[in-house]
Design a protein around this ligand. Sequence first.
Ligand SMILES: [Zn+2]
Ligand SMILES: [Zn+2]
Ligand SMILES: [Zn+2]
Length: 175
Amino acid sequence: MTQTDTCPKCGSPLAEITTTATGRQLQRCTQGSWNPQTHKNEGCDYVKWIEIEPQTLDEVCPKCGSPLVLQFTRFGKKMKKCSAGSWDKEAKKVVGCDYVEWVNGTTEPLDEVCPKCGEKLVLYTTANGKRMKKCSTSGWDKDAKKATGCDYVLWLKAGQESSDNGEEYLPPEEP
Ligand SMILES: [Zn+2]
Ligand SMILES: [Zn+2]
Ligand SMILES: [Zn+2]
């Protein structure tokens, strides 16, 4: 990954890498800037999305035993896929192992306590990048199909705890 790239549209250098609310990374052209008042890009609108390198996991594929890798889709969803599989662009099909497992959000412990019960809170990130704080005692009873424990939940609005950089207004990502 080089940081000395120039903009293919206007030839100006690209700005520093910024991280979006969903954890994706991008570089804008230094000739462009986001105007929060008009919700428009001013100047050059070139945006370079930075590919997140697949991360090899400490888990193996239940189908073939090859290592699994963690990949991010263009919408910030996460999935685990088998490293023995790959996409054949010409044949438009998976070659090798086709094992895929979607990751349904992550939980991180927080240094805050629940206002309802005083237990620790956790930060929960959903598969599509939404975030909420919830009580660590809460759970889901699959058999009874109902929530268990404390029901305290605080959704974090988009932009809260992260820079409001107008990510949702960016032009569609290039393939
Ligand atoms: Zn440019
Ligand atoms: Zn496999
Ligand atoms: Zn609680």
